[in-house]
Design a protein around this ligand. Sequence first.
Ligand code: NAD
Length: 450
Amino acid sequence: MNILVIGTGYVGLVTGACLAEMGNHVTCIDNDKIKIKELKKIKLPIYEPGLEEIVKTNIHSNRLEFAVKIPSYISENTIIFIAVGTPSDNEGNADMSYVYQVAKDIGKKIDNYCVVVNKSTVPVGTGEKVEALVLEEIKKRNLKFDFDVVSNPEFLKEGDAIKDFNFPDRIIVGSESKKANQLLDHLYAPFSKKKSKIIFMSRRDSEMTKYAANSMLATKISFMNEISQICELTGVDIENVRKGIGSDSRIGYSFIYPGCGFGGSCFPKDLKALIQTAKNNSFNPVLLDSVQDRNIKQKKILFTKITSIFGQNLTGKTFSVWGLSFKPGTDDVREATSIIIIKSIIEKGGFINAYDPFATSNAKKEFNANQLEKIKFFNNEYEALINSNALVLITEWAQFRQPNFEMIIDHLKEPIIIDGRNQYDPIYLKSVGIDYFGIGRSNVKILNKN
Ligand code: NAD
């Protein structure tokens, strides 16, 4: 099949590469000229495990191309994916300007039946607006032909994106057009071989499904984070509670890890956008508001622990930060907790020795020149410990899970670990002489009543 993917970021590039891998002809389009120039040379703008190999193979097989503009001829039945960003605007609504611009660009180019598929996460009703914008442009050219606009939200996780795309739990197709549904059924058949993964529904239902899914996952995390705070105040180890409740098949183990708050390009902004959708419809979403509030507080918890241990004035103190990306497996630092903690430490006079296996260059862009003067970035996690007063673990990259504690003790000025992801065993650490501070662990002496 002939595919265009407009927006070649985390979602667009993975979608394009995986569809090309199945034998389709895909053109990935992005208005960032540098990105496209580099992609043509197989230099990927993002880190995503396994992606480079697929891009390489499919470029060499002439199934995957890159362009800065939508081609002037688009053949009949082409499937055109919109995969541009939908960041938060000042009020928390999804900023739809990129999606609408692309809709207009498509309307200016198509001149026979195509299916426009919205993969970006968009508020309910966007499908109708995209359809109107495409139609307006077609009418301006005095043309008349059918086209369809479908909602097909993406559920991949950064760090596992290839696996998630190739082996999805479900593929949501929001459309009432028989023709469009048949084309998408055909397109996704290779991903749905073992058992049918496609769930057809209306466009609006599909748009809401994406927001509901992300908000549900965010709710599970915030719920556990809230319980972890109560655990700290009551001498309970949240890790035992997690195992105890995860074993209940109605609850399950996924997304109940307590930690120092969720970040990334999706959960925070999608939660905000759903809250705004509710408010725009005169509904007060008390639960979603609380999920968001808990997360904002949770992102400050490690800093509260640091000031409880070292005092409010951190002048002359250095903190070794392990992990800058918002989660392991990605170089994405959008809404990452690391950025908030680092800025707070610097504001109180402290210094940072930071290490991340992939996210350093993205993280550097998040700080101003004054802040950057206070941060040293290292190529090795153990070197980042030297002369530091404590280790602060923020992102649970696999290589941090079983570190050499002897080296940690040896390199740190004081044997203190503040563990934002509950990676370490407090009893073992105590036995080797490390002062350990986790999230909601029974042995934590520093209580956060926030
Ligand atoms: P991204 O910022 O990584 O990529 C978006 C790309 O679109 C950029 O490369 C940008 O240059 C390009 N772009 C913007 N305007 C354009 C235009 N007019 N023409 C061509 N290209 C244009 O974004 P992303 O993380 O891939 O997210 C895209 C959408 O998918 C968002 O709505 C997001 O919420 C959703 N989503 C993201 C993830 C994820 O894990 N990142 C998962 C599921 C859904």
